[in-house]
Design a protein around this ligand. Structure first.
Ligand code: FES
Length: 89
């Protein structure tokens, strides 16, 4: 079930960083698109990568899996990130 947490995502900032700036913590480790710790699913919208091929298979990409540590938003997006946590206070 969606949390309804919203944050402003700049096209020049990764989704991971934008979420963090808004107090929402997504799991992460390498932050360069290889470890897949941050993987979550794009339900709506569009993202782009600046790297050639993030650590996702073609099938995963087609299913909407994204790596927010290297993903930049192109339009308003909706993410399913069950492991996200919100900083209190
Ligand atoms: S943090 Fe490693 S792939 Fe995103």
């Amino acid at each position: 079930m969606p949390s309804g947490w919203c944050f402003v995502a700049s096209p020049d900032v990764t989704l991971l960083q934008s979420a963090r700036a808004a107090g929402i913590r997504l799991p992460s480790s390498c932050r360069n698109g290889t470890c897949r710790a941050c993987i979550c699913q794009l339900l709506q919208g569009e993202i782009r990568y600046r790297m050639e091929w993030p650590g996702l298979s073609r099938e995963e990409k087609l299913e909407g899996w994204v790596l927010p540590c290297v993903a930049y938003p192109v339009a308003d997006i909706v993410l399913a990130a069950p492991a996200a946590e919100r900083n209190e206070g």
